[in-house]
Ligand binder design. Structure first.
Ligand SMILES: [Ca+2]
Length: 400
């Protein structure tokens, strides 16, 4: 096992004061003068989706002006030199850029696993290095340290870190690591995001960089062991360090503007049309697909940590639960608490983790009120409210 130590924090007693100041700074994640924080998003965004969560996460990021989205790195596991069902979701990103008047660049990262935790990815083909290069280029460009999200494998970020560790230590404000399990016994299977690339997950946890850790593979009861496909029961089981929540698709899509609704449907249904802008005018609400999609539920896990990075709170407003900027929350407002606690993490060579709370650490663990029903309710309403707030260049009224 390797003990994760914070290079900045570990050695001297005097570092305690620095630790407190840095922890406050990291927890607040706000730049002076309300300047947006540079943000680089890495996500396994593919089309058609194997997991439509990633599209919802992306929509939420476009709705948060506190975060200045500098690049989207598509974390793909596909060899697209051959015909394949899935492909990188460039179309979906272009559609959202077009809808919002933004020009966020996108590139793919490596499509196979790192050879070791120190692999810098230089052995990949040029196509599979594009995401690594874009990530490094954007980090070099930013004036203020950036936040990097990992909501798929850790591969692109780990390879870029292995190339430019000093750049990362200088320019990375925090890594939002949505991967791993918070409760794990030796021999348990890995969660999806660390299983995508165990070496990369190990590299990030051992990096010494500031990490906000939001383990996604965390239910108190595992679906395969106890509840089988009965996810409804599973969702009632909360865990104080699990960011997962579930919302029905009818709530997720409720009152979205027509073009945004069409964008969601384009991704959710794996629409094969090549005229991706004209496709946003589809009569999504009349077709068979809408009937299929609206009956489903969405399990989401990455949004809470992004909300915290944007320095918003989950509070009750007259419209329902919403994500509200901390400096706009009135005293006495009902709040669903999200928090981060410092933890010391050990990760072994098989990517299994154990942790314990400590006074200070470079790794902060997601923590919340464990009432899962209330969490589902608050997050469901607030995510829908956030998506409705995406500033569209070409707004159209929502469907009543
Ligand atoms: Ca994902």
């Amino acid at each position: 096992m390797t003990k994760i130590r914070n290079r900045l924090f570990a050695p001297k007693a005097i570092s305690g004061i620095i630790v407190v100041l840095l922890t406050i700074l990291l927890c607040s994640a706000v730049l002076p003068g309300n300047k947006p924080i540079p943000f680089i998003h890495t996500s396994d965004l593919v089309h058609p989706p194997w997991d439509p969560d990633d599209q919802v996460d992306l929509g939420c990021l476009y709705a948060l002006p506190e975060l200045d989205l500098k690049a989207i790195i598509i974390d793909t596991h596909i060899d697209n030199s051959e015909m394949h069902m899935y492909e990188p979701a460039f179309g979906m990103i272009s559609q959202l850029n077009w809808l919002t008047g933004k020009a966020v660049p996108a590139a793919v990262g490596p499509n196979t696993k790192l050879l070791s935790p120190t692999d810098d990815g230089s052995h990949y083909s040029l196509r599979n290095q594009a995401g690594i290069k874009l990530l490094i280029e954007k980090l070099r460009e930013v004036d203020e340290p950036a936040i990097i999200s990992i909501v798929g494998s850790s591969r692109t970020v780990a390879a870029a870190f292995n190339r430019e560790p000093e750049l990362f230590h200088k320019k990375v404000r925090a890594i939002l690591l949505v991967a791993g399990r918070v409760v794990r016994k030796k021999g348990d299977r890995l969660d999806t995001n660390s299983a995508f690339d165990p070496n990369a997950f190990i590299a990030i946890l051992r990096s010494g960089l500031p990490i906000w850790w939001s383990p996604c593979g965390t239910w108190t009861v595992e679906p395969s062991e106890a509840n089988g496909p009965n996810y409804k029961e599973l969702y009632k089981v909360g865990h104080t360090h699990s960011s997962k929540f579930v919302m029905p698709h009818t709530q997720l899509f409720d009152k979205l503007s027509k073009k945004l609704h069409a964008w969601m449907m384009f991704g959710f249904t794996g629409n094969q049309r090549g005229d991706i802008i004209r496709a946003l005018h589809e009569e999504w609400y009349a077709g068979m697909w809408w009937g299929v999609v609206k009956g489903g539920n969405r399990v989401l896990s990455s949004i809470p940590i992004c909300i915290m990075a944007a320095n918003r709170k989950v509070v009750k407003t007259q419209e329902g639960w919403r994500f509200v900027s901390e400096n706009q929350v009135q005293a006495g407002t009902e709040e669903f608490k999200l928090d981060l606690i410092p933890v010391e993490v050990h990760v072994d060579d098989d990517a299994h983790t154990t942790w314990k709370p400590v006074e200070d650490s470079n790794i902060l663990l997601f923590t919340r009120n464990p009432d899962q029903d209330l969490y589902n309710e608050t997050m469901g309403e607030a995510v829908n409210g956030l998506l409705r707030s995406i500033p569209l260049e070409d707004s159209s009224p929502g469907r009543e």
